[in-house]
Design a protein around this ligand. Sequence first.
Ligand SMILES: *Cc1c(COP(=O)(O)O)cnc(C)c1O
Length: 368
Amino acid sequence: MPSTECLPMTQESLETTCEVRVDLSAVRHNFRVIQEKIGSTRRALAVVKAGAYGLGLAPVARALRLAGCRHFVVAFPEEAFALRALLKDVDIYVLSGAFEGMERQFLSQNLIPVLNDEESLLRWQSVAAGAPCAIHIDTGMARTGLEPRDFERLLDLIKSLNTVCLMSHFAASDLADHPFNEIQRTRFETLCALVPSVPTCFANSCGLTLGSAFWGDFVRPGLSLYGLAPENAAEYGLRSALQVRARLIQVRTIDAGQSVGYAMTWQAQRPSRIATVAMGYADGLPRDLGNKGCMWLDGQEVPIIGRVSMDFTTLDLTDLPPAQGRVGDWVDLFYDGVTLSRQAQAAGTAPHTFLVGLGPRCARVYEG
Ligand SMILES: *Cc1c(COP(=O)(O)O)cnc(C)c1O
C-alpha cells in the first residue's frame, strides 16, 4: 500500500471539494414549527439579514414565504431592497432604520424602518407620517434604540406615528438563568405599557427558550429558523438546514516525531495516519481551530491537527479503522446546532460567525 494517496484533480472534483448544503425543506419545517409553538395570536418575523445568515437570501426567503411567512427582518436598506425585489407581498423590517434622505425610498418600496433615535423619528414623522414604522427601545444592549428616558420624553411623538411594533433585544438570552433577562423584560414591559395598543417584539432564537413571558407579541428568530440553535432545536423538533463539508484530498502515514503544518505545532507521538481536507480559513474554517477543533467523518469525530492554512486543514485519522477515511471522502465542519456550537466554543466565537464567514469557494447546494 502506498503511504500517500491523492485526489485526481479533474475539473469535476475541483468544483466539489467544499460544499455548503442547504436543506430548504428544513427551513420551511422550522418556520412552521416556531409559528405553531408561539400560537396564532403571536407572529414570527423571520430574520434573514446577512444573506439569510450565509445560507443565501433568495432561496431561503422564497422557502419561508412558501411556508407562510409574511414578515421578514433585515439589518440594512440594501438588504431590504434586494428582498423587496424577490417578494412583493411581505412586510420587511429594517433594523438600521432609514438613513437620512432614504425615507422616500422606504415609502416607495413599502419598507418598515426600525427607528432608533429621535432624529429618525422626527424625519419619519415629517416625510412619511402615517406609514408604518417600528421603534426599538434599548433595554440593555446599548447598541441601537432609544434610551428609556428618551422613549418616555418622546411619547407624544411616538403616539403620533403609525407604530406597528415596539422592539427590544436581549443581551444574554443564550444564558437562560442570567438575571439580566428579567431586568430587560421588566424595563421593556414598563415602557410598552405606556402605549398598550402597540404590539411588542422581543425574543430572538434563544429568547424563545426563556418562556412565553419573554417573547412579546412578535418574535424574531434567526438561527433557529435554520435549525442551528441547540437551545431550542431539541425541545421544538427543529431540523438542521445546513451541513458544511469538504473532501479529503490526500491521506498519508507519517512516522512518530514528524511534524504537521506551519510552525510545526503538532508532532506525531506514534506512527499516524493523517489526512488533508480541502477547506481552510479562506473558506471559513477558523484558523483558531488549529489543534483545537475537530471534523466529523460519517458522524465520527476526528481531531484537527496543526495549524489551519488558507486552503487546507489536516486531520488525525489514526484511531479510525484503516478502511475509513479515503481520498474523496467527505468530512463535516458541522451538520447541526450541536456540532456548530462545539466548533464555535473551540474557536472562542459565536455560531453565527461561522455561518456568515463561509467563503465564496464553498459551493452552495440547495435541496428540498
Ligand atoms: C440578529 C438579530 C436577531 C436574530 O437573532 P438569532 O440569535 O439569530 O435568533 C433578532 N433581533 C435582532 C435585533 C438581531 O440583530
